[in-house]
Design a protein around this ligand. Structure first.
Ligand code: FES
Ligand code: FES
Length: 170
């Protein structure tokens, strides 16, 4: 499986064909072949979380996930959450709380938080801290990041309420 092959990847709702060895790290294909630079290369060892993407909704370290593991799964990158003109509530919350210094860890923080809030829309503080504990931030922005996740939960609840109201009005 080391020879290049045509690999079909489902990324952010679209199908992409790339030519690469099936053992290529998914992160390389996303960044180098598909120009999706939301996921970052940090440690390359599965330790820091900067490269996190969602694989069928599950936070996954793309630097240590080979392309063959990702085949047939729905891959979501930061670019798949929102757009510049219509940010995802988690992205908006990180801006509102100014939860960044250098910003290098934010991809992993936002992707991990998004998965958590889908699973648990109202997480306890301890749950947020536990979920993010394997995402490293060398700038020490943890307090603002946790605050951003709590704000994101509020924004998502507001959005769900507005959607329900619109639905009821038909
Ligand atoms: S770059 Fe993937 S976990 Fe650090
Ligand atoms: S803001 Fe710099 S690594 Fe987190």
């Amino acid at each position: 499986m080391n020879r290049p092959a045509q690999l079909v990847l489902n990324v952010n709702g679209a199908t992409h064909v790339v030519e690469a060895s099936a053992r290529t790290p998914l992160l390389y294909l996303l960044r180098n072949d598909l120009a999706l630079n939301g996921p970052k290369f940090g440690c390359g060892l599965g330790e820091c979380g900067a490269c996190t993407v969602l694989l069928d909704g599950v936070p996954t370290r793309a630097c240590v996930t080979t392309a063959e593991v990702a085949l047939g799964h729905e891959i979501t990158t930061l670019e798949g959450l929102g757009t510049r003109s219509a940010l995802h509530p988690v992205q908006q919350a990180f801006i509102d709380e100014q939860a960044a210094q250098c910003g290098y860890c934010l991809n992993g923080m936002i992707m991990t938080a998004t998965a958590l809030l889908r699973r648990d829309p109202h997480p306890e503080l301890a749950t947020i801290q536990r979920e993010l504990s394997r995402n490293l931030c060398r700038c020490g922005t943890h307090v603002e990041i946790v605050r951003a996740v709590r704000r994101a939960a509020e924004l998502l609840a507001l959005q769900a309420g507005a959607d329900a109201h619109d639905g009821a009005r038909g």
